[in-house]
Design a protein around this ligand. Structure first.
Ligand SMILES: [Zn+2]
Length: 67
């Protein structure tokens, strides 16, 4: 079943990013609301994707909160 994991590919994209109030708990950088998109492909064919909102740090990329 090892090759199965090589065929399944998951990518995470930030579609939109808006600054928001709040600071990162790790580095103290500015937090922003991001529209994320997770795409899962199998054998390079996209078969599943979902979009979700999250609050992430613009400086270190830490995800502070997900909706
Ligand atoms: Zn940070």
């Amino acid at each position: 079943m090892v090759c199965f994991y090589f065929l399944v590919n998951q990518t995470r994209q930030v579609r939109q990013c808006k600054p928001t109030t709040g600071l990162c708990s790790r580095c103290g950088g500015k937090a922003s609301v991001a529209d994320m998109k997770t795409a899962t492909s199998f054998c390079y064919v996209l078969f599943y994707w979902k979009s979700w909102k999250t609050i992430m740090c613009t400086f270190c990329g830490t995800i502070l909160k997900t909706y």
